[in-house]
Design a protein around this ligand. Structure first.
Ligand code: NAD
Length: 287
């Protein structure tokens, strides 16, 4: 079997073009330009790249983009003040604080401080709770992007057995909730699970969000499964730095129906869903 390689980059570009059209139409009706503010603390190179890509995509969609940079050593109060100011601005519809933060700053505090209606990452407890109840408007971007890929690939996923590896608040748990809302039978595998390979072998849909390079090998994958690899892991191979997923791509590729590559699979979809959430937040703000 030769798996279909799911081109997340191409799909995300299509989505951003569609949203650019919607932004134009909204503005033609007299609404404000949707605005996304990204807060970056410190100079972690990976975070800087993520922020640059998010801003670039917001601009491609015709949105206003604002970057607030703070020094690595900034105080919690200084960060709180920046977020509080953005909460009050009516040209800012979405706020994202790039994680991880330096160790002396509280991620929990800052997530709680962002106005739920501007929380385009969907991490605020209120938005997480609404997702659990099936009433969410702002859903975490990475799981939302994974679901979009699954629906495009498989159509109706109702009744499928989905196994999610990982139970983080930002990927694993919201992914499991979304799959449940789409009427899948959902198993969550985590670091304390017994015999994870055996659990994963039952999956029609396998989503890996672990952070362990190439953990998922051929014997974990059911023949004909759709595999979504969320992992982004930098490794050294033959003296070169390389990005790999949580799935050993070459080992499983001829066993599955479809698979996302790393890079170029889930990553770009995360950004497209951030833009989508900003548009939703702008629409709901009604200004
Ligand atoms: P995390 O460290 O918060 O959570 C990892 C989860 O994996 C935990 O719940 C843990 O129980 C589970 N786990 C760890 N070892 C395991 C094992 N051996 N077997 C089974 N489960 C195990 O990580 P996260 O923030 O959820 O991110 C996961 C991966 O996804 C990372 O590689 C991260 O870089 C990547 N990521 C990618 C995107 C994207 O846009 N593509 C977005 C967010 C995260």
């Amino acid at each position: 079997m030769s798996a279909k390689i799911i081109d997340g980059r191409h799909i995300s570009e299509q989505l951003i073009e569609e949203m650019a059209q919607e932004v134009k139409e909204r503005m033609a009706q007299g609404y404000k330009q949707p605005g996304l503010a990204v807060v970056l603390v410190g100079d972690d190179p990976a975070s800087a790249i993520y922020v640059r890509n998010k801003i670039r995509s917001a601009e491609k969609a015709g949105m206003l983009s604002i970057v607030k940079r703070l020094d690595e050593s900034c105080s919690q109060q200084a960060l709180d003040d920046v977020v509080s100011e953005l909460n009050e601005r009516d040209d800012v519809h979405g706020i994202l604080v790039q994680l991880p933060l330096p160790k002396h700053l509280s991620e929990e505090r800052i997530i709680n401080l962002i106005k739920p209606s501007k929380d385009v990452d969907g991490f605020h407890p209120m938005n997480a709770g609404l997702l659990s109840l099936g009433q969410a408007t702002l859903i975490p971007c990475t799981p939302l992007g994974c679901l979009e890929l699954l629906k495009r690939e498989m159509g109706d996923i109702s009744g499928k057995h989905a196994v999610v590896i990982g139970r983080s608040n930002i990927v694993g748990k919201p992914m499991a909730r979304l799959l449940l809302l789409a009427n899948c039978t959902v198993t969550v595998v985590h670091s304390k699970s017994v015999d994870p390979a055996k659990l994963c072998q039952q999956a029609d849909i396998l989503v890996a969000a672990v952070g362990v390079p190439e953990l998922v090998t051929r014997d974990w994958v059911k023949s004909g499964a759709v595999v979504i690899d969320v992992g982004i892991n930098a490794i050294e191979q033959e003296g070169k730095r390389k990005l790999v997923g949580d799935v050993n791509f070459n080992d499983v590729v001829d066993k599955c129906q479809a698979i996302t590559p790393v890079p170029g699979g889930v990553g770009p979809m995360t950004i497209a869903c951030l833009i989508k959430n900003t548009l939703i937040a702008a629409t709901l703000s009604d200004n």
